[in-house]
Design a protein around this ligand. Structure first.
Ligand code: B16
Ligand code: MG
Length: 212
């Protein structure tokens, strides 16, 4: 049995993928890059600067470091205007109850997200109290698929990596969690998540009694 649960944020607790997509789309339109929702799949779970690098690659564009920083800032400004309007109604179904039940069972809970906006999103969703620790994009140097964010989560909870179950929706995140030596529940569609140990549609479809 596992003693800790590590949750990704975007796509697991809350569905912000569409807001990320719309914000990148504004930047893409301005640069004349065609950017589809399918392309957006590649941006899930990866850091902001890495996402920009993928977008520029899609458009076969190159630019200097200062321009890159300005573009990333622009995307983030648009993204933040979306998330500032979010409320707890946008929590993904079943998530809150599932985490509350885990806590009652004595399972330790961490949030392990690539997003620098994680604190704002948690606050808007009113779920800050559900997590014993929060490791986000402001606290790690290496982006997923590097295991750093999950190893840091286990360390902060005071548990061994083999005692952790990770809930992840993105390929890069599943790879990061596997590289950390953890059990992975993929959230979403099997086709993107082949490296996960199991795949379910939503968090509360992972049988709690089986894992914790
Ligand atoms: P930000 P997660 C990730 O969050 C998103 O999936 C990814 O699309 C985004 O680029 C990344 O956060 C960085 O977000 O620009 O807000 O710092 O899935 O790891 O919770
Ligand atoms: Mg995610």
């Amino acid at each position: 049995k596992f003693t800790a649960a590590l949750f990704d944020l975007d796509g697991v607790i809350v569905d912000t993928a569409n807001y990320h997509y719309l914000a990148w789309k504004t930047v893409a339109d301005e640069l004349g890059i065609e950017f589809s929702e399918k392309d957006n799949e590649r941006l899930k779970g990866v850091s902001r600067m890495e996402s920009l690098a993928i977008l520029l690659e899609i458009g076969c564009l190159q630019c200097d470091e200062a321009t890159k920083i300005a573009l990333a800032e622009k995307k983030n400004k648009t993204y933040v205007t979306y998330i500032e309007q979010m409320d707890a109604g946008e929590l993904l179904p079943g998530v809150r109850d599932y985490i509350v039940k885990l806590r009652r069972r004595g399972v330790k809970i961490a949030l392990c997200s690539a997003s620098k906006n994680a604190p704002l999103i948690l606050q808007r969703m009113q779920v800050e109290d559900l997590f014993d620790v929060v490791i986000d994009g402001n606290r790690v140097e290496k982006a997923k698929p590097d295991p750093e964010v999950f190893l840091e989560g286990a360390r902060a909870l005071g548990v061994e990596q083999q005692d952790c179950v990770v809930f992840e929706d993105a390929k890069a995140g599943v790879q990061a969690a596997k590289a950390a030596g953890m059990y992975v529940v993929g959230i979403g569609q099997e086709e993107h998540l082949r490296e996960a140990d199991i795949v379910v549609n939503r968090v509360d479809h992972a049988e709690m009694e089986k894992f914790f």
